[in-house]
Design a binder for this molecule. Structure first.
Ligand code: 13P
Ligand code: SF4
Length: 307
């Protein structure tokens, strides 16, 4: 931490000078999350913040689809991502053209799209969802359209997880998060054996066998709240590694135990490239205006749903 202090101070000074805010996802490393993040949280919280903050510049400390979502919600702001290569296996699993084909195959069925998608895909969508509100959004869409099935894309594991919790039939796609798909039921069995007291929390992007074996499934924000409220003695967070480091700082009484997987895309963001982003005003994320208007409808519909 001491080694990071000068860069953190410089970034915080630049933010004031440039009227910029940093939106930091829960998977950012602690020096970013705690050191320079103005707003921190899960995808839903960051999307809400992008829409309502009054800064001129947003630096997205997260991956490209999150920066696009910020631009979609706040087209008048300059949105920067410190490394353009920070992608996402879910976002790259599907295109707008794919969604048009799915809609042709299932006429009249509403399309619910996970926020981990490009703006092009969101533009083809009726309403977006995050892992925190997917069940609520699917049930809302089925009611609004007066149908018993909903297209929920692109994460097949999230879709399966939602299908377990609702009577609405789910039409899914075969996208996967390369971080969460790597966890196995054996990981959970090993944890239960070694740490019988530990509470196991898993992200809904994990395979079904993990979610069935875990004590709780929820978005990164929901996992955070679980630990803050229930203060377990020992906890396993089946998700990206930085999550535990960030929650740990606020839960000194809880022991955090592995395993975790790193997201190579999230890990492309560093204090150094955040600093460069502010100094050189790079790398700007833009969205075609026609796409932006249609994508905004889908994201805004989600944000406007009652909590
Ligand atoms: P949430 O923060 O919405 O739980 O999403 C996790 C994720 O994988 C983001 O890339
Ligand atoms: Fe995408 Fe998974 Fe990385 Fe999130 S953790 S950005 S879903 S690859």
């Amino acid at each position: 931490w001491r080694a990071h202090a000068p860069l953190i101070a410089e970034i915080n000074r630049l933010k004031r000078e440039k009227n910029a805010v940093i939106l930091a996802h829960n998977y950012m490393t602690p020096e970013i999350f705690h050191g320079v993040g103005d707003f921190v949280g899960d995808s839903l919280a960051l999307a809400r913040e992008a829409a309502k903050c009054d800064a001129a510049v947003i630096v997205q400390a997260g991956v490209h689809f999150m920066a696009e979502t910020s631009k979609v919600l706040a087209p008048e702001k300059r949105v920067l991502i410190p490394d353009l290569r920070a992608g996402c296996s879910l976002a790259s699993s599907i295109t707008g053209a794919d969604v048009r084909l799915i809609k042709q195959r299932h006429p009249g069925v509403p399309v619910v799209t996970y926020v981990n998608t490009t703006a092009d895909v969101k533009a083809e969508t009726d309403i977006c969802c995050t892992s925190a509100n997917a069940v609520q959004v699917v049930e809302w869409a089925a009611r609004e359209w007066g149908v018993d099935k909903v297209i929920l894309i692109p994460d097949e594991f999230l879709a399966r997880n939602v299908a377990r919790q609702t009577a609405v039939k789910i039409i899914a796609w075969a996208g996967r998060c390369e971080v969460h798909e790597r966890f196995t039921a054996q990981d959970i069995a090993d944890m239960r054996f070694a740490w019988p007291e530990a509470e196991i929390l898993a992200h809904p992007e994990c395979p079904a066998e993990i979610l069935e074996a875990a004590d709780f499934a929820g978005s990164t924000a929901a996992m955070n709240d679980y630990v803050a409220l229930r203060k377990p003695k020992q906890v396993v967070l089946i998700t990206e590694c930085s999550m535990a480091s960030n929650v740990q700082a606020e839960s000194p009484g809880t022991q955090f135990i592995g395993p975790c997987n790193l997201c190579p895309h999230m890990k492309r963001i560093s204090l150094k490239n955040i600093y460069d982003a502010l100094v050189h005003d790079q790398y700007e994320v833009t969205v075609d205006p026609g796409v932006q208007v249609r994508a905004k409808l889908a994201v805004q519909r989600m944000i406007d749903l009652p909590p």
